[in-house]
Design a protein around this ligand. Structure first.
Ligand SMILES: Nc1ncnc2c1ncn2[C@@H]1O[C@H](COP(=O)(O)OP(=O)(O)OP(=O)(O)O)[C@@H](O)[C@H]1O
Ligand SMILES: O=P(O)(O)OC[C@H]1O[C@H](OP(=O)(O)OP(=O)(O)O)[C@H](O)[C@@H]1O
Ligand SMILES: [Mg+2]
Length: 282
């Protein structure tokens, strides 16, 4: 039975549970449940703090975990990313009061407040900067106002928290993060149970990002049409009862579907429709 660590709280918990549910796995009904078994799918889920997940997975006692790339790197645990999941996207950046820090080199001699000490210590060391770090649990943006630090290093998504604290970003992002599946470094990722779990999640990712497109077009236009909708392997082309026409079916990226429909219409395709994909195995 595959043992999987899932975030129990915070930004990752809701979307992770939703993705697992869409992949057909049983999820807990109540936020106090710490572990559940899904016997039909031969998996057991452990609900853990997102920050601890890479540490558990690194021990090998849990086979797989879902956490943030930033949390994985910050932990320094012996676990590696095996699949990015496309949610909880964020950047990790330095920020300070306007006019106090122009670029990274100005961090020399300053104090940086952060919840991600591992990432910041390494970044400063790699850049050859001598700064002190104050570890705070959260709401680090307030640390500057309260005189605990001159600079913060924190997760930035919309930038609203920084703006509300009267701060602006300094330098380029230290890293980009999103939710990821992690596995103990060096463990066999080819294991059939692990591969089946990854295929299910990939199926959800594809169902979220692609739609199925169907249309009819004249045989003379087929090559142009197929160039617009190449599909993943190659589109399905079937004859229509009306001679000289074919029906075409291909998966297209959901965010390009409307533009592709316009282009297909422009070359004479008709009866163009898209349908949602509910589940998929590539
Ligand atoms: N506003 C946000 N938008 C997108 N991702 C975020 C946001 N805040 C945190 N994350 C991501 O969530 C993960 C952190 O999860 P964690 O549960 O530790 O903190 P949190 O979501 O801030 O919750 P809390 O601080 O309330 O415990 C990281 O991968 C981080 O990049
Ligand atoms: O750029 P934004 O869209 O504002 O998002 C980023 C903020 O979201 C998270 O905070 P959270 O609400 O989890 O509080 P925390 O700082 O206590 O973790 C993160 O720590 C940032 O503060
Ligand atoms: Mg937070």
């Amino acid at each position: 039975m595959l043992r999987i660590a899932v975030p129990n709280k915070g930004s990752l918990a809701g979307p992770a549970a939703e993705m697992l549910h869409e992949a057909g796995y049983r999820q807990r009904r109540e936020s106090k449940e710490l572990r559940i078994v899904d016997p039909a799918n031969e998996v057991e889920f452990f609900y853990l703090r997102p920050r601890d997940i890479a540490i558990y997975v690194a021990t090998g006692r849990l086979d797989i975990g879902i956490t943030g790339r930033d949390l994985l790197i910050d932990s320094g645990a012996g676990a590696e990313e095996i699949l990015p999941l496309g949610f909880a996207r964020s950047t990790f950046r330095y920020a300070a009061k306007p006019g106090t820090v122009d670029d990274i080199t100005d961090l020399n001699g300053k104090t940086v407040a952060t919840s991600y000490e591992g990432i910041v210590a390494k970044h400063l060391a790699d850049a050859g900067i001598d700064a002190s770090i104050v570890h705070l649990d959260g709401a680090v943006e307030t640390a500057i106002e309260l005189g605990v630090a001159e600079v913060v290093a924190d997760v930035v998504e919309t930038g609203t928290s920084l703006r509300n604290a009267g701060l602006e970003v300094v330098g380029e992002p230290i890293m980009k993060s999103e939710a990821v599946v992690v596995r103990r470094t060096g463990a066999d990722a080819e294991e059939p149970e692990v591969q089946r779990f990854l295929r299910r999640l990939q199926g959800v990712l594809v169902a979220r990002t692609y739609v199925m497109m169907d249309y009819d077009c004249r045989v003379e236009q087929l090559e142009k049409a197929v160039a617009l909708t190449p599909g993943l392997e190659s589109p399905t082309v079937s004859p229509l009862h009306n001679e000289g026409w074919v029906a075409v079916r291909a998966m297209v990226p959901a965010d390009e579907a409307q533009r592709i429909m316009d282009d297909l219409y422009g070359i004479g395709a008709r009866a163009i429709l898209t349908t949602a994909i509910h589940a998929c195995r590539l």
